[in-house]
Design a binder for this molecule. Structure first.
Ligand code: ZN
Length: 240
């Protein structure tokens, strides 16, 4: 049997502590719902880490034992330590997968990896979101038809100031007429990154079956190939 994918679900975990409305949706924190969905997949070994733990829960050992890191943050991006972001970035470039969720478009780690502002338009007004699949057959949408409807979500609208992605897997439309590139794959060094838009903290989006399926698929897609060797650089002798 293949080794399990080692996943660390990282969560800011602040809204749940201060907002009754968010606590009503995620009483034990959003990270427990995400971790539960990933554990149910059966082929993953899942742990969680939160921002207020020592070293944000991302010690050298945790990072060394992580194949794929998922990241949700919103109100405290600026409090994430730069030295830990640098370690995460180094791990991504060396092959660790990174799943960037919703408002983590403004996280330090995503901003550093993209090199652009990652700004967008937004509105919190119970928009209906339809995620359309723009890459049929892509592993990230395996097991699903050709779209997913989320009854109520926050709107994110273009322009999304990110570099042109390596793959665009999902585009959303919203009740107000806006559109947004909601599922984007990037390769940086040996690592893969997937930005996945849905997941505002006051909506039960991460309980939705299809959304959980996309997250499970994405983690599998982002996991580094078993046995992939570290690259070497610099001067070398010719092959005899
Ligand atoms: Zn939001």
């Amino acid at each position: 049997m293949a080794a399990k994918i080692r996943v660390t679900v990282w969560h800011e975990h602040r809204h749940e502590k201060t907002s009754e409305a968010v606590r009503a949706v995620y009483p034990d924190g959003m990270h427990t719902v995400l971790a539960g969905a990933l554990r149910s997949a059966g082929d993953m070994e899942v742990r969680t880490a939160t921002q207020d733990e020592p070293e944000h829960g991302l010690t050298d050992q945790v990072l060394a034992e992580t194949d794929v890191l998922t990241w949700w943050g919103h109100k405290a991006h600026h409090e994430v330590r730069d030295d830990i972001v640098a370690k995460v970035q180094k791990k991504v470039l060396a092959g660790m997968g990174l799943l960037v969720l919703h408002s983590a478009h403004y996280s330090k780690i995503f901003n550093n990896l993209m090199g652009t502002s990652c700004s967008l338009k937004w509105r919190e007004a119970n928009d209906r979101e339809i995620l359309w699949f723009t890459a049929p057959g892509h592993p990230i949408v395996a097991g699903l038809s050709d779209h997913v409807v989320i009854p109520r979500e926050e709107m994110y609208g273009e322009h999304f100031d990110v570099p042109e992605p390596d793959e665009t897997v999902l585009i959303s439309s919203f009740t107000g007429g806006e559109v947004f590139r909601s599922g984007l794959v990037y390769r940086r060094g040996a690592g893969r990154i997937f930005y996945f838009r849905p997941g505002h903290e006051t909506y039960p989006t991460y309980y939705q079956r299809e959304i959980q399926q996309i997250i499970v698929n994405a983690v599998r897609y982002l996991a580094p190939a078993v046995g992939s060797a570290a690259q070497t650089y610099g001067r070398r002798e010719p092959i005899a």
